[in-house]
Design a protein around this ligand. Structure first.
Ligand SMILES: Cc1cc2nc3c(=O)[nH]c(=O)nc-3n(C[C@H](O)[C@H](O)[C@H](O)COP(=O)(O)O)c2cc1C
Length: 409
């Protein structure tokens, strides 16, 4: 649960009183929890309580409170991307109907509609027994189940009305266990589950002298997104990174390096043992032949800096990989560089290459989005639209999973 981003949708049912406790249990396990509250839900449990225990703002109205400058107009669609899982508890008859009909009239409904495919949705219906068994509620439940939602049947027992019957929401501990199982199941179903994955990320620094270096604008965001996505699919991930300002994704083993030679040495240590090697680092192709000891003086009108070639880490892995290992690389080229990406794929003996270009606005270095074209060793190219780097990482791993399945790995 550590580091998992969970959204709890709380509807207008009596069982909403159990949700602050659920939030606390999830947070204790290291999850980051945000709550989307329906208007009716706010009559049963206070916004203040939920905001306090979650330590996050509450999400309720789809419209921003003010329409002045600085308002995030994508807020209603961004949470669906943010979340690793959505839990709707208690799910009222009314909200089951709204969601099965595809309505988008509050934040909870918007999150439901924009949640990324494959992310678990756990729905805990809680209501009067007759209501639960009514054909309309059962039809809506069946529709949501057919869409891939996990519907957790309510327990039988004494209900808020005093009547005994089916309809009671399980205790928060049971909800936590169901969520843990759903997240685990998702990982278990991935061909990457239990695989040893090495990802390189970020720039490298090549020393000119004691205080100066050659580097590039790489932020490491793409490689970190890949490492995060691989862990979510149950992989055992080692992330070898150059100097970046990013925190380590939970569950990832991080190795910090500075130069390409250091990255190469660190990577080589995993060449024999990893199942998948993903080279997302923007390593320097060349390094100064003889870095100056101390600080170079500016006495000379001209200086010459002789550069020598660095080792090609990915090609090194490609040369020695076995039939059960996969090599995946990135080719950062100009906009028209698809052919040189194809050439790299063949020359470096890769299984997949992600061609991308850079404009410093929508793709490439140091931005939050990317536009990838994935080219397989069979020559088939798949163009992806502009996506966040997290989404792009997901698509890349989908393609890798497909290769694992095709190759029986
Ligand atoms: C005291 C009271 C308790 C309620 N409990 C439930 C409940 O447990 N389950 C349910 O589906 N609806 C229950 N309702 C009805 C919902 O609050 C109502 O349908 C509301 O429109 C749901 O809105 P929402 O789905 O947007 O949260 C209750 C209503 C009242 C007045």
């Amino acid at each position: 649960m550590r580091g998992k981003k969970i959204i709890i949708g709380v509807c207008g049912g009596i069982a909403a009183y159990k949700i602050p406790q659920l939030v606390r249990l999830l947070k204790k396990r290291g999850a980051c929890v945000r709550v989307a509250l329906t208007d009716a839900g706010a009559r049963f449990v206070s916004e203040l309580t939920l905001a306090t225990v979650s330590e996050e703002p509450l999400y309720r109205n789809i419209f921003p409170p003010t329409e002045s400058e600085g308002v995030d107009y994508t807020r209603h669609i961004s949470l669906g991307e943010w979340a690793d899982a959505l839990v709707i508890a208690p799910a009222t008859a009314n909200t089951l109907a709204r969601l099965s009909a595809g309505l988008c009239d509050d934040m909870l409904a918007a999150i439901f509609l924009t949640l990324r495919p494959g992310k678990p949705v756990l729905i805990f219906p809680a209501m009067d027994g007759q209501m639960f068994l009514s054909p309309s509620v059962q039809r809506n439940i069946a529709t949501l189940a057919a869409q891939g939602c996990s519907i957790v049947t309510p327990e039988s027992g004494e209900l808020a009305s005093g009547i005994c019957g089916i309809g009671r929401m399980p205790e928060p501990e049971t909800l936590v266990a169901a969520l843990e199982e759903a997240l685990h199941e998702r990982a278990l179903s991935s061909p990457l589950y239990g695989k040893k994955v090495v990802v390189t990320a970020g720039p490298t620094r090549e020393k000119i002298d004691g205080v100066r270096f050659i580097s590039n604008y790489s932020s490491g965001k793409m490689g970190f997104a890949i490492a995060r996505a691989a862990v979510e699919r149950g992989a055992l991930v080692t992330l070898i990174t150059g100097p970046v300002h990013l925190s380590t994704p939970p569950g990832v083993e991080r190795v910090d390096v500075e130069s390409t030679a250091e990255m190469n040495a660190a990577a080589e240590g995993f060449f024999g043992s990893c199942d998948l090697f993903i080279g997302a680092a923007a390593v320097s192709d060349y390094r100064p032949a003889a870095p100056y000891e101390g600080k170079m003086k500016k006495d000379d009108e001209h200086i010459e800096l002789r550069l020598v070639k660095n080792p090609d880490i990915l090609a090194g892995f490609g040369r020695q990989k076995s039939a059960s290992q996969l090599a995946v690389g990135f080719a950062l080229e100009t906009r028209t560089g698809l052919e040189s990406a194809r050439k790299k794929l063949t020359e470096k003996n890769l299984d997949l290459i992600a061609f991308n270009f850079f404009d410093r606005k929508t793709c490439g270095f140091d931005v939050d989005t990317n536009i990838l074209t994935l080219i397989g060793s069979d020559g088939v190219a798949t163009e992806l639209p502009q996506l966040t780097k997290d989404e792009a990482a997901g698509k890349l791993l989908d393609a890798i999973e497909q290769r694992c399945l095709n190759n029986g790995l």
